[in-house]
Write a protein that binds this ligand. Structure first.
Ligand code: CA
Length: 252
């Protein structure tokens, strides 16, 4: 009687089983990798579909409306960058991008591609699953926050000219709205909640990504770059070798 199970109720459960029955689109041209990912994600209880080139990936994202996309950067036809842009332009969806090198991840962040997480090949399937679960949990939290009645919501945080509205999941700086991905938003809230306090990369990784393995700290650095690019470089200070601190903006 699986058909009778209310998957949306399960998907929004706040405990450790995010988005059972979620659909994950895999855009990857290497058959062995695509098949291995699909098998592993199916074993997790997710539905999967594989697209083998960029245009098929864009088409499948539009048709399937997946919960998340695993997207290889190097694809025949249009590449992963362009696929990411086209998918996000049609409907925001969390994207985990697979890159060939760490510096490629930095380059993608610099271009403002808008993926939520990055993994460099080769990666372990266990880590891929953990990252996807964390990604889906963040999306669930964002959905719950926007569905909460506004009278229960926390008032917006105002720090100088920065206004962070957690109920609406919106950020403004100097009156201008700044569009952040769910991951960028959670990272900003985490930093801004304790101004001038140094947060280690490991702590940020554990709190924001639900992922405690320090090997993923590069992901934190990449998302800090994205926040600086969008919000201004003055808000987040690097504490070399340790982590990052939110610096309240100085009044003009
Ligand atoms: Ca490829």
């Amino acid at each position: 009687m699986w058909d009778c199970v209310n998957m949306s109720a399960i998907a929004s459960r706040p405990d450790g089983a995010p988005s059972v029955g979620a659909t994950i689109l895999i855009v990857e041209d290497e058959p062995a990798i695509a098949t291995a990912i699909a098998q592993r994600l199916t074993a997790e209880g997710w539905r999967t579909e594989v697209a083998r080139d960029g245009l098929s990936g864009v088409e499948a994202a539009s048709r399937l409306r997946p919960s998340a996309v695993v997207l290889d950067v190097m694809l025949p036809g249009i590449d992963g960058l362009e696929v990411c842009r086209r998918i996000q332009a049609e409907r925001p969806v969390p994207i985990l991008m697979l890159t060939a090198r760490d510096d490629e991840t930095d380059m993608l962040i610099g271009l403002g591609v808008g993926a939520d997480d990055y993994m460099t090949k080769p990666f372990s399937m266990r880590e891929l699953v953990a990252r996807l679960k964390a990604l889906l949990r963040r999306v669930d939290r964002a959905a719950q926050a926007s569905a909460a009645p506004s009278n229960e919501a926390e008032p917006p945080m105002t720090i100088g000219d920065v206004v962070i509205d957690q109920a609406q999941r919106r950020v403004h700086r100097a009156g201008k709205e700044i569009h952040l991905t769910p991951t960028e938003f959670e990272l900003l809230v985490m930093l801004a909640s304790s101004p001038k306090t140094v947060q280690t990369r490991e702590r940020l990784l554990a709190e924001v990504w639900d992922w405690a393995d320090a090997s993923g700290t590069r992901t934190v650095d990449s998302h800090i770059k994205a926040l600086r690019r969008k919000l201004g470089a003055d808000l987040i200070r690097t504490v070399h070798g340790v982590g990052y601190a939110f610096e309240p903006p100085v009044a003009p």
